[in-house]
Design a protein around this ligand. Sequence first.
Ligand code: FES
Length: 156
Amino acid sequence: MNDSRPVAPLSGQPISRKRFIDWLLGTTFGGLIVAVLYPVASYLVPPPAGESSVSSVTLGVKLADLKPNSGQIFKFGNEPGLLIRTSSGDVRAFSAVCTHLGCIVEYDTEHQNIWCPCHNGRYSLQGANISGPPPKPLTPYTVNVRGGEIVVSKEA
Ligand code: FES
């Protein structure tokens, strides 16, 4: 039994039930393909992230507010930085991006060095990679104090 009676018109002309079901299945399948491919394509194509043009930042931190043997993350353009005050009072700053796979490093007050929690990588207080998988040292920044506030700059 072939039922090809016209059904409700969509564009002014009656269409057969078979054509309507074909159209419905075709658009549903097309929608499914788009719904699957769009997130996959969005995941695979990274968003544009231009290199930070910032060469210097003034932190809202006064030198007197930094306790010895402490560290804190700060924003250096679109990258994180790590500001450290050693137990002897020196102030140092580095890129906080681990040179292994890009995790954010932190200051380890117990061992008094820089630690990457992702794969237990360690850096010295000079930024040198001393244990674990990091292949290179952290990028150092220059630290100055202007008007009592800490200013961090990229090294030339
Ligand atoms: S990402 Fe830092 S040790 Fe692997």
